[in-house]
Design a protein. Structure first.
Length: 357
């Protein structure tokens, strides 16, 4: 199964969690761009499973194998095709899914849509495993954005289990902070809050449960005038990309829903000249007005639900016997998927932005 997104730079992601391989085809990359493969591998390692006690113990090397479109790390201008081999599947853990769908998963809706013919082992094509090739593609897009437009994209885990990190609105995103967050697998601004988040995850694990959270992303040096009204708005395009990430439940820009609780005089970002440039005194709008960038940092947050695969006994139904029953999920799962989503959010942001320039 495959799924595509984008016009200028088009991605087609294919495969499934327990298929032989997963991968991506990228159309629209220009000829002659040199890829920084070390940076690509770094970002893929940040997302990869099996590297933290707060993530699924499923170990996958996640080594990209480029089949077409690149020679000597330089793009040829043809469609780039990359695959990742799945090497650590435990499909037997999912043998009962056709009869008893897991609460919170796509098992039941996949049965409705595909008449029970889709292999949902490990979540099938709905699994976060499919985000590995997205991170690969997104890092290529980010390198292009940085080298050709000077755009930087960085994120941090803003909240897990009710524990909040500092906001980008409260700090200066200098080179030191940017360099720190870009490579960390559990990126936070405040180290003390990271410890509290880890404690929240561990507490959920002890109770055979999971927790969700929020990733905050900043796009720096965004050119002015990008975007457009209605369907071409930056919010429309970025939101579409973000909701492609499994477990994403919400996206907000600037101060988001907090703006709904303010008066216009409090929410409006007033203009002023600084060194001959028009800026705003505040950035409640997150760098976007009317769907178009105004030159301020583009700030948005992405909310992720708790991992639905928990070890507690849950109520479900047996679709074959048409009876109510219970299910106890086995397998290898993340107690908190948020710890691995920062590089995915950054990748999706890069993919969305490159399609608007």
């Amino acid at each position: 199964m495959s799924s595509s997104w984008g016009n200028k730079v088009k991605l087609t992601v294919f495969g499934a969690s327990h298929a032989k391989e997963i991968g991506v085809e990228i159309e629209g990359l220009k000829k002659g761009f040199e890829l920084d493969m070390d940076s690509i591998l770094c970002q893929m390692k940040r997302r990869a499973p099996g590297r933290s006690k707060y993530a699924t113990p499923r170990k996958e090397a996640d080594l990209p194998i480029i089949k077409e479109g690149v020679e000597n790390n330089i793009t040829t201008g043809e469609t780039l095709k990359m695959i990742i081999e799945n090497t650590n599947q435990h499909s037997k853990d999912y043998s009962s899914l056709k009869a008893c769908p897991r609460p919170g998963h796509a098992d039941y809706t996949a049965i409705l849509k595909y008449n029970g013919e889709l292999d949902m082992s490990g979540g099938g094509p709905f699994s976060g495993r499919l985000m590995a090739p997205v991170v690969f593609a997104g890092e290529i897009c980010r390198q292009i954005l940085n080298k050709e437009y000077g755009i930087d994209i960085v994120s941090h885990i803003a909240e897990i289990g009710g524990v909040k990190d500092k906001s980008f609105a409260d700090v200066v995103i200098d080179k030191e902070l940017y360099s720190k967050l870009k490579i960390e697998s559990f990126p936070t601004i405040c180290e003390q809050q990271k410890v509290k988040m880890e404690n929240a995850i561990e507490e959920a694990m002890k109770e055979k449960d999971s927790v969700g959270g929020i990733v905050e992303c900043a796009v720096l040096n965004m050119p002015k005038g990008v975007g457009g009204p209605i369907f071409d708005g930056i919010e429309s395009v970025i939101s579409s990309a973000m909701f492609s990430i499994p477990a994403c439940k919400g996206v907000e820009f600037g101060i988001g829903f907090d703006a709904c609780r303010l008066r216009g005089s409090e929410n409006n970002d007033e203009f002023e000249f600084v060194n001959g440039e028009v800026v705003t005194r505040t950035n409640n709008c997150g760098g976007i007005l009317g769907g178009i960038s105004n030159g301020m940092p583009l700030i948005f947050r992405v909310g992720f639900k708790p991992t639905p695969s928990i070890s507690r006994v849950q109520n479900t139904v047996n679709l074959q016997t048409k009876e109510n029953t219970t299910i106890e999920i086995v397998g290898r799962h993340d107690p908190c998927i948020v710890t691995r989503t920062a590089p995915i959010v950054e990748a999706m942001a890069a993919i969305a932005i490159i399609n608007m320039l």
